[in-house]
Design a protein around this ligand. Sequence first.
Ligand code: AMP
Length: 392
Amino acid sequence: MKILSVNTGSSSLKFQLYEMPEEKVLISGVFERIGIKESFYTIKINGEKIKKEVDLENHKQAFKILVDELLNNNIVDSLKEIKGIGNRVVQGGSYFDSSVVVDEEVISKIDELSALAPLHNPAAIVGIRAEQEVFPNALLTVVFDTAFHQTMEEETYLYALPYDWCSKYGIRKYGAHGTSHKYVSLRANEILGKNDTKLITCHIGNGASISAVKNGKCINTSMGLTPNAGLIMGSRCGDIDATIVPYIMDKAGLSTKEIDNIMNKQSGLLGISGVSSDSRDIEQGIEDGNERCVLAHKMFVRRIIDYIAKYYVELGGCDAIIFTAGIGENSKDTRKDIMNGLSVLGVKVDDENNSLRGKEVRVSAEDSKIPCYVIPTDEEVMIARDTYDFIK
Ligand code: AMP
């Protein structure tokens, strides 16, 4: 059965078509700069990557081109072969603790939650509306980045603010990257050969979050009401003293929009280093002797260690620490510095394995008290699996 996994951004559309249940990727690709000048798309079939420049006015047009590519490359004989389409949605609020089939009520709830994910939720709706027109026979589903974290207890997800702000305004911790944390924790349980595990999953990419997962359920996660909480990120500040916000708005005469923009787009690795939000540039800066890059890296790693230590205590121990996403999968220096910072817990690095990149591997030494693994994340296959489960 063919299932399409879709991640719609405001000007982009990423997709992977799967043969399920084998989980074989038949074609994948991305449409970029939709609705902007110089739009293009890239597709990958049988390991071959093709890039085409084409005017893309909207997402519907992108889906129509995708259909043409599927037919022209003989991946499907008819559109009816695509039985389901799963969509990534960033914010599901307290409404959704699992994936659901799309209907008008679901769409209106995703819309209602747009204030908490202004760049992502509206884009997902645009994608779903386009799918309804282009794929009238497919079952449409949504998979929420927040759903995996809905198992947190009230004492964990509440902020110590007036109690009724949660019910009145939805102010609480929702977390993010849930699909990735779920994927790597499932895979870790397979590697460990048991399900009653205590895991600390570190999704460290441009956006970054850490989760504490007990027996397959999330008990805590570092992101909050929005994805700007917890860890230091590429350009996001993560945890700060909340009073800095009114203080600096007053001092520097900043509007709410301006302070929000600074905390999300000009802080983190970029804000400290003054060089870049990309960890590769920071690593280059460190090599070139740039002290602000050294400082940014140290702060970045320190915060991750702090969260791992906190979750170690909260879980009452840890069976494995997992690294995933762009930095977690690729940056051996970041992993090494994190693991060395956890030596008090008996964590020891395996330098040879840790220098491998982008593949599933144990990166801690044989005698490390907590095994540490790199597990490349695969959010797309999780979306395909959930959608397939509704249809099979
Ligand atoms: P993501 O958001 O998961 O796509 O991750 C993006 C981050 O991963 C960026 O900061 C990249 O610099 C980082 N990254 C990707 N490849 C590498 C690499 N080979 N070495 C270090 N960092 C990398």
